[in-house]
Write a protein that binds this ligand. Structure first.
Ligand code: SF4
Ligand code: MSK
Length: 626
């Protein structure tokens, strides 16, 4: 029997329609593959399996009837902690390696070895140079680019007393990290040390392992990710508020449709420029198209959305479904969150998949390698390939559902502070007056274990109702944007205080602040608020939530938020419940160590209650009304 109602899998009408089309056309999606995997391995779900060496793989029986130690003698607590540590290392490595690519780009611009990229925000570059203690007098923009990139290269591995941007964290927080011995020393160093510690026979004490995991995560949040954000702004421009559009209806039936997918704006910005090439536009028209249409998926989509207002076709779980429209001619990817299944789905249509990074080849995809000295030429080539692919499109298989939803974007910290008149004082006043009771970052992904977009958007609705400002990044942006929460009109869904602030400023109650690496913007804002108020981040009425997370990057983000003092609610249970020590530390014990913990709550209404209670406690402790 063919299933046609997919409302149990996703709240989005466009996704439901595409799931029905996929089913009809015999196309397998992530949800089908997830079902085929069920039941998932119970040992792995609890974090109790280990394959770190060839004496194993090993598993611990959670009921006490089978083995309680791996072949090497590691118990449940060590195995779970090692697994958490490796996840954090992988997530931090992903963000930080992305950041390194931007340092290399900035350096190449400074050296003059690329002309395909320029510096669009030289003022921000100069501000960063001053922040890093670099002498700016007599240096032109290229010299500053060289000096800043050289300083930031040093964060990747060479031991220094501190990382370049660590001074942004409040003094109290830095003192605490120092006392705990978790001040990050080098981005690559912390990741490498975690891989070392989790090798058989190195660190076999779960608390010590988790403290180092916090250090790894901090090297991501206050260095790798922050570098990616700041240098993307320098090179591609610091975002400013604007209105764009979201959902599958941003695809255009009569245009050549190109989707960018992945994370780093280095490729997607080059593609954007190529889509404006008059010769290629003419070539598209010669093939019978009305023009070339570019839209984004996942975080590189967020990067283009924030800075250029390019529409978003969807988030993580929409990537295959976008192809099912039959209207996508080319999907061009860099790295991270690109499901290998995408190539198979594209193979069911005329759609071409192009990979661009030497780090990320996909079997079955065509590889057009981008480098800093050929990006413009390769982008023109890729767009040309999209135009060729358009000729193979089958109009009978094209179905683009619904109509686009408008969404406001571009709320960089600079834009927020600019809108407030150049200082944080109006925001602080609104918090003190209780108009804005607190702020919460809803970050992260989709996960087929959770009804698509439900938890992300319901949590946002519940929070704004309680006069809690919401900041979104990554795939949560699309979840909330599709529900209309990213438009100023959504102020009508907010509590009276937040609603009044939004109406006065003409802003939505849910602000889009960027991609996954841009969670560093939220940390920088929290740090600035705490420093202005003379308190620690853990004293602020703020929280974070990752209701639909799937990625190891989300584990790193969650841990750097907690280690920075931000209470963080996870909607998907991480594989830690096999160890009472690890689970207890993460959800309780860390409070006494770093002033924040994780909570695990899949129900978005209950998650909102937990966050509300936290914000209430923090407000009262600051002498404010609850
Ligand atoms: Fe088994 Fe220990 Fe090897 Fe892990 S490290 S696979 S628990 S022997
Ligand atoms: S893309 S890490 S699914 S937010 Fe950054 Fe989305 Fe999560 Fe990837």
């Amino acid at each position: 029997m063919s299933k046609t109602d997919f409302s149990d899998l996703t709240i989005c009408k466009d996704a439901q329609q595409m799931l029905a089309k996929a089913r009809e056309e015999g196309v397998e999606t992530v949800w089908d593959r997830k079902r085929a995997q069920e039941p998932h391995c119970g040992f792995c779900e609890l974090g109790l399996s280990c394959r770190n060496c060839a004496m194993g793989p090993c598993r611990i029986d959670p009921f006490g009837h089978g083995p309680q130690r791996g072949v090497c003698g590691a118990d449940a607590h060590v195995i779970v902690a090692r697994n958490v540590g490796r996840s954090v290392a992988s997530g931090a490595a992903a963000h930080s390696d992305h950041g390194r690519d931007l340092v290399e780009t900035l350096h190449a611009i400074g050296e003059g070895s690329t002309t395909d990229y320029t510096i669009r925000d030289p003022e921000k570059l100069a501000r960063i140079a001053v922040e890093l203690g670099i002498e700016t007098a007599g240096k032109d923009t290229n010299a500053l680019a060289r000096a800043v990139s050289e300083r930031l290269f040093e964060d990747y591995g060479i031991r220094r007393n501190s990382l370049a941007f660590i001074g942004r964290a409040p003094q109290k927080r830095r003192d605490l990290w120092k006392k705990l011995g978790i001040t990050p020393r080098g981005i690559d160093r912390e990741v490498v040390e975690m891989m070392h510690r989790t090798h058989m026979g190195v660190d076999n004490e779960p608390v010590n392992l988790l403290l180092h995991a916090a250090r790894v995560a901090l090297s991501d949040g206050w260095a790798g990710s922050l570098t990616a954000t700041e240098l993307s702004d320098v090179i591609f421009g610091t975002p400013t508020p604007r209105v764009a559009q979201v959902n599958l209806a941003v695809l255009k039936e009569d245009h050549v449709n190109i989707l960018v997918h992945g994370h780093n704006p280095i490729v997607s910005e080059a593609i954007l420029a190529a889509t404006k090439d008059p010769g290629l536009i003419k070539a598209a028209k010669d093939k019978g198209a009305a023009g070339i249409n570019l839209a984004g998926l996942c975080c590189t989509g967020n990067e283009l959305l924030m800075r250029q207002g390019i529409p978003m076709a969807g988030n993580h779980l929409m990537s295959e479904l976008a192809i099912v429209t039959g209207a996508v001619d080319l999907i061009i990817v860099d790295y991270q969150c690109i499901m290998p299944g995408l190539v198979t789905v594209a193979g069911c249509y005329h759609s071409k998949v192009i990979t661009t990074s030497p780090k990320a080849h996909f079997s079955g995809a065509e590889h057009v390698e981008f480098s800093l000295d050929n990006a413009r030429q390769k982008a023109l080539q890729a767009v040309g390939m999209a135009i060729e692919a358009y000729s193979g499109r089958d109009p009978k298989r094209v179905f683009i559902p619904g109509s686009p939803v408008p969404m406001m974007t571009g709320f960089s910290n600079e834009a927020v502070i600019g809108a407030l008149g150049g200082t944080l004082t109006p925001l602080i006043d609104a918090i003190k007056a209780g108009q804005i009771r607190g702020a919460v970052g809803i970050v992260g992904c989709n996960n087929p274990r959770v009804k698509h977009d439900f938890a992300n958007s319901e949590l946002a609705k519940e929070l704004i109702k309680r006069d809690i400002l919401v900041l979104v990044t990554g795939c949560a942006t699309v979840s909330t944007g599709k529900q209309g929460l990213l438009m100023p009109e959504a102020a009508s869904l907010a509590g009276p205080g937040l609603s009044a602030v939004c109406r006065a400023l003409g802003i939505p109650p849910v602000l889009h602040v960027g991609s996954c690496v841009d969670n560093s913007r939220i940390m920088s804002l929290c740090a600035a608020l705490a420093t202005t108020l003379g308190v620690d981040i853990s004293d602020l009425p703020v929280a974070a939530a990752a209701p639909e997370w799937y990625s190891e990057k989300a584990v790193a983000i969650g841990l750097y938020a907690v280690a920075s003092g931000v209470f963080t609610v996870l909607g998907v249970t991480p594989p830690v419940l096999g160890s009472s020590v690890v689970a207890g530390l993460l959800t309780n014990g860390l409070e006494g160590v770093v002033g924040a913990t994780f909570a695990i709550e899949p129900d978005p209404c209950k998650a909102a209650e937990l966050i509300d209670a936290r914000i209430r406690t923090k407000r009262l402790a600051l002498g404010l009304s609850a």
